[in-house]
Design a protein around this ligand. Structure first.
Ligand code: NAD
Ligand code: MG
Length: 391
């Protein structure tokens, strides 16, 4: 029986995690479930999984959640601190599936307990990757990637063998074949309609701008201790090859599977073994062809923005991530156009570099505080940039 917590249980990855537990008939004791604002789904999950604690991050929904769980015996709490407490309950395995930098503090809290941290929340690595990995290691724990590309690389990395390149595959998103003129008119509805994966709104927009691949490049650099100039992006519209590792002898290993997040979640749950579950099977004959293209940096500038932020180091990735979160939210709210997202991120980074100082943080002991400081100031700047553009 493994003691688990699922942070962000009401989201796309969270729901897939609980579904995997069901399908795999996993022997788990769920200590805690946390959600953002969907009290109805969280209450439903709590009644099914009987955790000792459920937490809703948005305090406005506390009363609703409490009422729904009346008489259930499940303890109910609300707020960011309570989410962090849930993460720190001492589980053997913690799924980190909150979206955005809001996931950093709870993910660090879970890492501090020495749990196996199954990491979907890529933004926490982008904000404070080295500190998060050091924290997990110091506590005797480990971070196992859930992002499908990083899970693939993790699965085919052979320790001790010299790696030439990590190759992250990308579907290219819903606008892979669109011109810039077409993208300028793209609506939130079109941006979140991903061709292969069903995901939360934020990551779906990131896939459309390809900022998702930029964030993943930074994620891979930290996870696998590899410089950005040895990480390439390869567009592969079928999303069957989840990523590749090229070794110094010219041999390349890849991991394949149907596009289903339950597969990397199952790997992270089973690690260091593989668990059996009724997984959808890969039918290559039915798929027929796997195709590949180089990414188009002119149409998708976010990839180069991320590459530059990774190279700049310090707080630049955290600032880029924060600006992107603000810009994506503004796009989903129809305040800005699709192409403005990358422009706002670029302008925010320019303006912060000009301002100096704030992009250089990251000592171990105050990693969380300094990352959140960078996060907050980049959010302010990005909001100002948006205001200026709208007025
Ligand atoms: P989602 O929006 O569907 O779910 C996010 C979860 O976080 C929900 O439970 C939500 O209620 C919760 N949440 C939101 N804001 C919060 C806050 N401020 N405090 C606490 N909880 C909050 O997102 P998702 O698609 O499941 O993605 C989750 C993470 O996993 C993201 O970092 C994403 O990049 C990553 N990821 C997702 C997929 C995928 O297929 N969906 C694939 C790879 C990586
Ligand atoms: Mg991914």
């Amino acid at each position: 029986m493994r003691r688990v917590v699922v942070l962000g249980s009401t989201g796309s990855v969270g729901v897939s995690t609980l579904d995997l537990f069901d399908k795999a008939e996993a022997e788990v004791e769920v200590l805690a479930l946390t959600g953002g604002c969907n009290a109805e789904r969280l209450a439903e999950q709590a009644r099914r999984w009987r955790p000792s604690l459920v937490v809703i991050a948005d305090e406005a929904h506390y009363g609703d959640l409490k009422a729904r769980l009346q008489g259930s015996g499940v303890e109910v709490a609300a707020g960011a601190d309570a989410v962090r407490d849930a993460a720190a309950m001492g589980a053997d395995w913690a799924m980190s599936a909150i979206v955005g930098s809001a996931g950093l503090a709870p993910t660090l809290a879970a890492a501090r307990t020495g749990a196996v941290v199954a990491l979907a929340n890529k933004e926490s690595l982008v904000c404070a990757g080295p500190a998060l990995l050091r924290t997990a290691k110091a506590a005797g724990g480990v971070v196992i990637p859930v992002d499908s590309e990083h899970s693939a690389i993790f699965q085919v990395l052979q320790p001790g063998n010299q790696v030439a390149r990590l190759i992250l595959t990308a579907s290219g998103g819903p606008f892979r074949t669109w011109t810039r003129e077409q993208m300028a008119e793209a609506t939130p509805g079109q941006a979140v309609a991903h061709p292969n994966w069903s995901m939360g709104a934020k990551i779906s927009v990131d896939s459309a701008t390809m900022m998702n691949k930029g964030l993943e490049m930074i994620e891979a650099s930290y996870l696998f201790d590899t410089a950005g100039d040895r990480i390439d992006v390869l567009v592969h519209p079928q999303s069957v090859i989840h990523s590749l590792v090229e070794y110094a002898d010219g041999s390349t290993l890849a991991q394949l599977g149907p596009p289903d997040m339950r597969a990397p979640i199952a790997y992270a749950f089973g690690w260091p073994h593989r668990i059996a579950w009724p997984a959808p099977q890969l039918d290559l004959a039915a798929i027929g062809q796997l195709t590949f293209e180089a990414p188009d940096a002119a149409r998708f500038p976010a990839i180069d923005l991320a590459r530059a932020a990774l190279k700049a180091g310090g707080g630049a990735p955290a600032a880029m991530n924060a600006a992107n979160e603000v810009a994506v939210a503004a796009f989903l709210d129809r305040q800005i156009g699709f192409l403005d997202i990358a422009t706002i991120v670029a302008e925010t980074l320019d303006s912060l570099n000009g301002g100096g100082g704030e992009l250089r943080h990251g000592a171990d002991e105050d990693a969380l505080e300094s990352a959140m400081l960078v996060d907050r100031s980049a959010r302010r700047v990005a909001s100002d940039v948006i205001e200026r553009r709208r007025s």
